[in-house]
Design a protein around this ligand. Structure first.
Ligand SMILES: [Zn+2]
Length: 143
């Protein structure tokens, strides 16, 4: 039996399910951590805005603020990815319109979007790239 066959067979095992639960919890923690980072950056923006106001009685959007905003947008998209991976592990997926459907669904009941077929094996190692390496301006998804 090939390695891949063994993997396919293992997907329904109880052990595999337990592993999936662990993985889901790990992803949830990661998402919570990122959400905390967003809050911290928002708080920093608030500080800078208020500092600028208390010094000049005006609010200036500095490049520092813009930097934080860009970071927040990036983190939020990471959080979104984590959430969709969690749904995948729960045998769910999210349509572009936001509708949550089961993995087997071929057409979105809300917007009619046609899904590509689900992968037979979920590659857990591909789920969580290190945070430092997520910046990829050449990512075609950004277009
Ligand atoms: Zn949809």
């Amino acid at each position: 039996m090939s390695f891949l066959d063994k993997l396919k067979q293992g997907v329904t095992d109880a052990g595999q399910k337990a592993k999936t639960v662990v993985e889901i919890n790990r992803l949830k923690l990661q998402a919570q951590d990122l959400a905390k980072q967003v809050e911290e950056k928002q708080a920093k923006i608030g500080e800078i805005v208020f500092m600028s106001f208390s010094q000049n009685q005006t609010v200036t959007v500095t490049s520092e603020i813009e930097g934080y905003c860009h970071e927040i947008v990036e983190i939020q998209s990471e959080i979104k990815q984590l959430h969709s991976k969690i749904k995948e592990l729960n045998n769910e997926k999210v349509c572009d319109c936001g509708k949550v459907v089961s993995l087997e669904t071929k057409f979105c009941p809300t917007c009619g979007h046609q899904f590509s077929m689900p992968p037979e094996i979920i590659d857990i190692s591909a789920i969580s790239p290190p945070l430092q390496e997520t910046k990829n301006p050449n990512d075609p998804k950004n277009d």
